[in-house]
Design a binder for this molecule. Sequence first.
Ligand code: F6R
Length: 612
Amino acid sequence: MCGIVGYIGNSPVVETLLESLQALEYRGYDSAGVAVLNGEGVVIRKRPGKLKVLAEILRENPIDGKIGIGHTRWATHGEPTEINAHPHTDCTGSLAVVHNGIIENYAALKEMLSAKHHVFRSETDTEVIVHLIEELAKSYPIAEAFRLALKELHGSYAICLLSKQSPQRLFGARNGSPLIVGIGDQESFFASDVPAVLSHTRRIVYLNDKEVVELSSQGPHLFNLEGKKERLKISTVKWDVAAARKGGFPHFMLKEIHEQPSAIEQTLSGRLDATRGRVVFDRRLKSFLEGLSSRQRLVIIACGTAYHAALVGEYMLEEFARIPVDVDLASEFRYRGAMLDSNTTVLAITQSGETADTLAGIRMAKSQGAKVLSICNVVGSSIARESDAVFYTHAGPEIAVASTKAYTSQVTALALLTLYLASLRKRIDAQKRRSLVEGLAKLPQLVDQVLATEASIKAVSARYASCRNFYFLGRRYNYPTALEGALKLKEICPLIHAEGYAAGEMKHGPISLIRKGWPVVFIATHSPVYEKIISNIEEVRARQGDCLVVASESDTTIKRHADSLMTIPRTHEFFSPILAAIPLQLFAYYVADANGCDIDQPPNLAKSVTVE
Ligand code: F6R
């Protein structure tokens, strides 16, 4: 999704904006641009393509200045061309705007403004914003014109405005799309996300919907849409710059795969009572879960990888806590007339906390009286703020488009919730609970052991790097692992088509494609359905398919059934989706790398999907 930045201070603005935009590259984009205010007025440079194209133009035609805005665009209205790239300007060229989101009433506004002789150059919805401000600025001071324009907009936005009339101030606002303010020493920033400002400051203001900010180098002033001043809440983030950079790995994805032991440790931190063999939560979560335990239904909503975590959660919660669980894709949930009431708990799972469909899903759930819990990574994100209770995974910033550590920490969070609820509902005996709590405590160490097999996974990946179609099959807890393994591969390696299925479904269709050499990845770790999955492997081999199997390292018989092997330590089935996901992440990574793919920013994908 689009990334927006703004800067006011004493440093050279172009370098600062480019550095911040670079830190937002993970959001996905297809064009980039900046607007700077200096003695010449508002000067714009923008180009389709990657930031380095823009940087080159700026090197050839530099712009001086101390105040400006910047943008990386992920096209929604209009193709990724130079004209459609942001910033967009008004008719006189004295206002410039960058925007993330979608203005739903842009057609009506465009018609109204065109009738007043505004000339539109782009096909974007964004351009109406700047002309609307221009129109209102004929009657009002610029700050007020900005605020009044916002009141006319329907849809989602994070906006930054640069104005020639106001050379000492930048303006920003959000509604449904993320925007933060960074407060530095004699300098201030707008950004879509914290990594963009981390090398300058850790003092952050997370804006709420319908908040408007006037930013000077001395810091922000906050208002609501009625122009009433509001109190600023400044948070200090703990992430450091290194955490938001590659740390010596060639890609963020590989770095984040390797961060999983510490990410899981963070998710577990303070939540395990080893002495009493139980899970413990803070007061707020505890009281929410007491309510959940007595409500009749749990509906889990999520998108993409987080949806796969939700499916694992369904197996865990139903088997151990004996709570009826439905899992829904947030994009379906919000439109299918789901039946909810005050006896329903909706659990939203989201790394970013900004996914548009998940956010809309929780809003709908709340409007029907359901209570909302979220499992979320990004502190202060929209979904976290709008939930009745939040379980933060604390996995640290996830920059690569392909989610890895966020996924395993979401599943870890679900395991913690399951054991807590199982205990609360008296569905688990103390001995079993203790043994699973001990298993949870050992997880970071087991994940380390899987990571230690990286070289052999890399070698296996080389064998399959030229294949163009894959099946991924699993059963029970590792059916979602199969879905996740397939998603990882197809999202970072666009040359490949990969499909995940429940292995028991093979005979109902997918098996028709199996022929000599067709690669099928099986998850065949120890479980009550181990024998069944061995039968599924044999069915593929009987048709000369090539079976790559993720198995327990203590399994001595599996070699007879597998063409290639990746192993994980033997563990209770309850934990196996966490461990089995890791070889599949590494497999996808090395296959994509061997194919020369753009691993951290695959084409057509965005890290955080903030439009539906
Ligand atoms: C895949 C991936 C996406 C996200 C999905 C939900 O690797 O990252 O499928 O899982 O867009 O995002 P969040 O978790 O931020 O709501």
